[in-house]
Design a protein around this ligand. Structure first.
Ligand code: B12
Length: 232
């Protein structure tokens, strides 16, 4: 154990450090993980690379062990807390690119679902790409999305679900939009680990996005299409 106590993160090479960060995320060691993030940034790693390779990579391992019954909710919460600490360091760096305003988005996790790491990440990446984003958090009923979208004059509504039991709620939101004649007012993007492209199509979303980078690309191209339609 004394080996671990004596470990000096800054003396590890990149590969060893990332491995160590996986362990620190797994063990929910927020301070150590934040230190690792800072060291990689100081070594010239792009913020997005730190995010995807060190943090999301580590969370994948946590997710697999949670699935397999090796980790339980309290441990995963600790890991999520550490992950958020790392993300907080990266957020201003991802956001500071100063891209021109690309559009406005409301994003939130659907009713019954409290997972928010993924949608926070999408928020950060979208802001980094010049979108204005209103993040309405977790456990959102239909009205929260629609009220926020109206108030914020959003172009895009983004919904996240991480549970197979909550993903059908996305269809309820879209169906309500149709009933109220609002469906064509917004681009609807959906995401979350259990979703796929077919599901996105089946519920009538404009697109399913596998990750935050795809979300940015998709939002940009759908916004361009929307503008072209408006000016045609
Ligand atoms: C962390 C975690 C938790 C934490 C959440 C903490 C938090 N603040 O978010 C805690 C411990 C609270 C938790 C609780 C539960 N969890 Co959980 N959790 C996870 C875990 C390990 C990681 C999720 C995560 O953050 N991934 C990292 C992010 C970056 O990835 P992501 O969310 O997929 O997001 C990316 C993309 O999907 C996409 N994206 C996501 N949202 C959106 C939205 C839009 C608009 C777009 C465009 C893109 C997009 O972009 C993101 C970035 O690239 C997953 C395992 C997994 N493999 O997903 C299980 C998992 C989702 N949980 C699961 C379960 C079962 C639960 C619980 C029911 C456990 C329990 N018995 O209590 C509860 C549910 C509580 C509830 N009502 O919601 C299951 C779901 C199984 C299923 N088939 O439905 C999973 C898959 C684990 C498993 N294999 O068993 N969990």
């Amino acid at each position: 154990m004394s080996d671990e106590e004596d470990l000096i993160l800054s003396e590890l090479n990149d590969e060893e450090l990332v491995e160590q960060m996986y362990d620190d995320l797994y063990d929910g060691l927020k301070d150590e993980l934040e230190e690792g993030v800072q060291i990689l940034l100081d070594r010239g790693w792009a913020p997005y690379k730190v995010l995807t390779e060190a943090l999301v990579g580590g969370m994948t391992i946590v997710g697999n062990d949670f699935r397999d019954g090796i980790l339980f909710v309290p441990e995963v919460l600790m890991a999520a807390g550490a992950m958020k600490g790392g993300m907080a360091i990266l957020k201003p760096l991802l956001v500071e690119t100063g891209a021109p305003r690309a559009g406005r988005m409301v994003i939130g996790t659907v009713k019954g679902d409290i997972h928010d790491i993924g949608q926070n990440l999408v928020t950060m990446m979208m802001e980094g790409a010049g979108f204005e984003v209103k993040n309405i958090g977790i456990n959102n009923p239909v009205e929260s999305y629609l009220d926020a979208a109206k108030e914020f004059e959003a172009d895009i509504i983004g919904m996240s679900a991480l549970l197979t039991t909550t993903m059908p709620y996305m269809k309820i939101v879209i169906d309500t939009m149709k009933e109220q004649g609002l469906r064509d007012d917004y681009i609807v993007l959906v995401g979350g680990a259990p979703l796929n492209e077919e599901f996105g199509k089946a519920i009538g979303a404009d697109a399913y996005c596998r990750d935050a980078a795809v979300a940015v690309e998709t939002a940009k191209s759908l916004m361009a299409r929307k503008h072209n339609q408006l000016t045609a």
